[in-house]
Design a protein around this ligand. Structure first.
Ligand SMILES: *Cc1c(COP(=O)(O)O)cnc(C)c1O
Length: 376
């Protein structure tokens, strides 16, 4: 038979290695990539079921939580964000989203799609929220769900979380925290902070390939889910179904991305072996080296301490410099990837990620050397 369309011929895939210093994905350690090459097994194979248990155990360590419902959502960080919104919001529920950057806006967009009665507490990009202003907003009108981004990757600002849950709870709300760009890179103790929902992504500070979105559901959020009057607005992200697969029942829900889970398992094992405290210290050490080196190049940072993320640093592009050209030369001549600005910061900043396996001193030195050669 003659097919209407002939078979295209393309070369086998070969990617050069790069130093990934953007806001994700980060570099993946060779043994994590190797884990992806392990033989395929079924999603109900006892071998895989055991790996699932271990992944949950390791995730509880990473989140510093004992929450039984702690799993990797099949999908990227945005899928975990969507899981949080879909499961907590019923049509008409009042939702307060704190927006000071790109990912806060995404949370609000999702909350609206799940028919929350969404109110935005807005701050200019690059600023953070004070407890009082959130409280004033909740006093004026309570919300069932309050959503906030821990590390706003678009600006490099770190939102302090201390005291936030207690205040939100006093007003009858549940607190959702986006930790996509911070989990595994900066101190974040989910149970100690008593967060209701916290989620992340596999490809940032956890240094696994993109494709999984770890999430942990606290007891009050679990009770809210159990007490819903309406079905969760998303079939795929409905945790009542997903948790029967990850929990004791082992009921098929969807085919887990097996290889991505193998990689996450290995990445989390490396995280546990290094230890969270050592890992946090490594991220901070590398960030401080970067900040010193950037200052020596007369470059200034967008976010002042103590609200500066250590995992993503935003650098002001000096006047007269073509920021895209600098990034292109870093990529072509030095095999280093950094990112430009998003939204209102487009063209104004570079975003430099030092996350997971990418957070090492030789990467900082390579980047500073490249920037110096290009800018001077
Ligand atoms: C990257 C990121 C996301 C989205 O994650 P994806 O894996 O790109 O879907 C959400 N929130 C923050 C803070 C992020 O940095």
């Amino acid at each position: 038979m003659k097919l209407p369309y002939s078979a295209p011929v393309h070369p086998p895939l070969e990617s050069d290695s790069r130093i990934l210093l953007g806001p994700g994905p980060s570099n993946v350690e060779p043994q994590v990539l190797q884990a992806m090459a392990a033989s395929m097994v079924g999603h109900l194979d006892p071998f895989f079921l055991e790996a699932m248990d271990r992944i949950q155990d390791l995730l509880r360590y990473a989140f510093q939580s004992q929450n039984p419902l702690t799993i990797p959502v099949s999908g990227t960080g945005s899928a975990a964000m969507e899981t949080a919104m879909a499961n907590l919001i019923e049509p008409g529920d009042p939702v307060l989203v704190c927006v000071n950057g790109f990912f806060g806006e995404r949370m609000a967009d999702m909350a609206r799609r799940y028919q929350g009665e969404v109110r935005i507490l807005q701050r200019p990009w690059a600023e953070v929220f004070g407890l009082e202003e959130i409280e004033a907003e909740l006093k004026a009108r309570p919300a069932k769900v309050v959503a906030v981004v821990h590390g706003e990757t678009s600006t490099g600002a770190l939102q302090p979380l201390e005291g936030m849950v207690d205040m939100v709870r006093e007003h009858g709300g549940l607190l959702v925290v986006d930790a996509v760009a911070t989990l595994g890179g900066v101190p974040l103790l989910v149970d100690e902070l008593d967060l209701d929902v916290c989620y992340s992504g596999s490809q940032k500070c956890l240094s696994a390939p993109p494709g999984l979105g770890p999430i942990t559901i606290g007891p009050r959020a679990a009770a809210a889910l159990a007490g819903r009057k309406t079905a969760v607005g998303s079939w795929y992200f409905d945790l009542t179904g997903v948790q029967k697969y990850w929990g004791k029942e082992r009921t098929y829900h969807h085919t887990a991305p097996i290889s991505a889970n193998f990689a996450l398992y290995e990445a989390l094992r490396l995280l546990a072996a290094e230890g969270l405290e050592a890992r946090w210290a490594r991220h901070r050490r590398c960030a401080e080296l970067l900040w010193e080196g950037l200052a020596a190049l007369d470059l200034t940072l967008l976010i002042p301490e103590p609200y500066r993320m250590v995992t993503v640093t935003t650098v002001r592009v000096p006047d007269g410099v073509n920021e895209a050209q600098v990034r292109a030369r870093l990529r072509e001549e030095f095999h280093i990837e950094i990112a430009g600005g998003l939204g209102v910061l487009k063209g104004k900043v570079w975003r430099i990620g030092l996350m997971g396996h990418s957070a090492r001193e030789q990467n900082v030195a390579a980047l500073l050397g490249g920037l110096e050669a290009i800018l001077h």
